[in-house]
Every structure is written in C-alpha cells, then in structure tokens.
Design a protein around this ligand. Structure first.
Ligand SMILES: *Cc1c(COP(=O)(O)O)cnc(C)c1O
Length: 369
C-alpha cells in the first residue's frame, strides 16, 4: 500500500519497532530522559529558543491550545484563511468567544500580506492574527515571513498552524516572530497521530498570563511547570514518545537542511509528473506546497471513482478534496517518510487508471501528432 495522504503518513520500520517497547513510569528518570531529548530536537526543527510543549492530542488540540492559552472572550482576532484549516482555526477562536474577523482568500491562492496590513491598519484593536503556514486542503504554502513581518510591525500576537509544514518545510519561528507555532506528529514527523507540539514566545506567555479563556487539559502553563521536571501534567502517549525519539534521531542524521531539500525536490518532481500526465495543478504554482500537491480532477472524470480505483487496483491511497473541493481535486501527500520512487509509483498508477476513467490527455495527443 502506498499511503500518499497528508497524514497520517507512513512510519519507518524503526519507528514502528520502537512503539512495541514495554511501558515505563512516565514520572521516572527514563521517561524524563526521552522528554529532554525530543524537546531539544524538536526545538532545533522549529528553529526556536522558545518553550516547546508536547501535548497528547491531535493537531486540532494544538490549535485549540494556541487559542485558549493566549486569548480572552471578546478579544478581537484576525483570522487569515486560505482553506479548510484556516477556517477551522477561526471557528475554534469563535467557539471560545473571540470576536473573529475573517480575512478569506480564494482557495488555491496564498494570503496577500498587503491585505493583512490593510486589515490591521483599519482595526487597531486586534489582539492576535491566526494564520495557516501550509494549507493542506489546497496545497498552498503561505508567505509566512512576509505575513509575520506585517503582524509584528503592528505588535500583534501571531498564532501559526504549522501542522503540515514544520519538520518538512523550513520555518524560522524566532527570526520571523511567530509567537505560537503548532505541529502534529502524524504529518512530516514520521510518527503516528497523537502528539502535538506547541511553541510559546515571551509575548505569548505575557498574553497567557492575562488570557481568560477556560482551559484544563490544554493548559500550557501546567505543561511548562511539569516540563521543568521533564514530565507532562497528564499521562502522555508514552509509545508515541518512543516513536518520536527514533524519528527525530533519523531526521537529525539526515540533517535539517537535507530534510527540507528532500521535500522540495520531491514536491517539484510531483508537480512535474502531474503536468507530464496532462493534469493541472490546483494551487498557484509559485506558492505550491512542498508537502502536498493538489491536482484538478480532469473534465469528464469522476473524482470519487478515481481515488477508489487507485486504491483498489493500484494500492495507491490519495486524498480527495474537502468541502467545496470534493470531487474537484485530489491530493498527493509527500511529507515525512517519502522518496521519489513513491511518487513515481503514484504517477504510473495515474497513467494507467486515468484513461480507463475517460481521461484523454492533451499532452498525449500532442505527443502523438
Ligand atoms: C492535519 C491538519 C490539521 C488537523 O490536525 P488533526 O491532527 O486532524 O487534528 C490542522 N491543520 C493543518 C494545516 C493540517 O494539515
């Protein structure tokens, strides 16, 4: 099975083996050693000296932690959204009582930093800006450094969903001024779902001290108090910590920049492969993601049928489109434990399956004539 969705992603055998180990005391010295090791390695990938907390939750739990630990009901929040996950961030803030203004951009396009600037100039009372680094639903990576620059020029708190980017696409948490950055274990980290990583800048901690939104399980102040003892407030997913330690060791051996370069090369290879088949990319190519490629379902082809036949006949599992993009796009994940050969396998499957489903490639026709 070639699992090519944007998470959960395949895990290396060493990572899976690590999870078969016996339980240990999560308040004992062995676990403490693991916590210290993985926290240090994660901070290197986030390029941060800020505190980094590991919570047992899926990515959305980390998004919720970013909101409830820094904001109060009634706070004005600017939610920059370019797709499904941007909208999710806005929804969480709204559910907890923030006064959310949405700045939505056309799906497939990135956010325009100048429009973010205009929004911040028009309403000085915003407390925070929410932004998705890599929008998994459309395959677009925002120009985060440019957006962060604008947000920090206005002194606002910047909360970043980096769930499908950090560890695969470079992020300079401190240099860019990201106050809270969230990532999840099942994306580029080659670990099963269940852990989420949350960084907190000094400005974020100052906001935390005043934030009135209710929080218990996702309380990062409690997580920080326990981290000082190399522990977590509640029983953590111990097996996932074993897995994470091994995965981070592999990433460290490969080298941080090499990991990013591999993702960039494989993404480029994927886009070229898609175009060579005569298919169209969904995302604005200048901002196309290095972790996920969204492809338009060609005219006359049933998108649901395409993903079904790829899975059943070829063992290739890709994602469909979400919400309004259902049936209109399909998405190929290339993050974490992935090689060019995995992508070649997807392209070969597409080349065989698409004509059966009624696709006539103009590329093929041009080549024949
Ligand atoms: C996967 C993903 C999420 C949601 O994570 P869950 O682990 O499913 O809760 C949020 N944001 C982005 C950008 C993602 O890719």
């Amino acid at each position: 099975m070639n699992l090519r969705i944007p998470g959960p992603t395949p895990c290396p055998p060493q990572v899976l083996e690590a999870m078969a180990k016996q339980m240990i005391n999560h308040r004992g010295p062995e676990f403490g050693e693991i916590v210290r090791d993985v926290t240090a390695n994660l901070r290197a990938f986030f390029q941060t000296r800020n505190d980094l907390l590991i919570l047992t939750a899926s990515g959305s739990g980390g998004m919720e932690a970013a909101i409830v630990n820094t904001l109060s009901p009634g706070d004005k929040v600017l939610a920059v959204s370019i797709g499904v996950f941007g909208e999710r961030f806005a929804r969480i803030a709204g559910i907890y009582g923030a006064d959310v203004t949405r700045l939505n951009f056309e799906w497939g396009k990135p956010a325009d930093p100048d429009e973010v600037r205009r929004a911040l100039e028009a309403e000085p009372r915003y407390k925070a800006v929410l932004v998705t680094h890599n929008e998994t639903s459309t395959g677009v990576t925002n120009d985060l450094p440019a957006i962060a620059k604008v947000v920090k020029e206005h002194g606002k708190l910047l909360l970043v969903d980096g769930i499908s980017s950090v560890g695969s696409i470079e992020i300079k948490t401190d240099d860019w001024g990201c106050d809270v950055v969230v990532s999840g274990s099942q994306k580029g980290w080659m670990v099963p779902p269940g852990l989420v990583f949350v960084t907190m800048s000094e400005q974020a901690w100052r906001a935390e001290a005043e934030a009135k939104m209710p929080r218990f399980y996702l309380d990062v102040a409690a997580a920080k108090r326990y981290l000082e003892k190399d522990q977590t407030p509640f029983t953590p997913a111990v097996s996932l910590f074993y897995a994470l330690q091994v995965a981070l060791r592999m990433m460290d051996e490969e080298g941080r920049d090499n990991v990013f370069d591999r993702h960039a090369k494989i993404a480029q290879h994927t886009r070229e492969g898609v175009k060579a088949l005569g298919l169209q990319l969904f995302a604005d190519e200048r901002f196309a993601s290095n972790t996920i490629t969204a492809v338009r379902v060609p005219e006359g082809v049933d998108g649901k049928q395409l993903t079904k036949v790829l899975r059943e006949d070829k063992g290739v599992v890709v994602s469909g489109g979400q919400q309004s993009l259902e049936g209109k796009i399909f998405r190929i994940g290339h993050l974490g434990y992935v090689t060019e050969a995995d992508i070649d396998n997807v392209m070969a499957a597409l080349a065989e399956v698409l004509p059966r489903l009624g696709f006539r490639s103009s590329v093929g026709i041009a080549a024949k004539s």
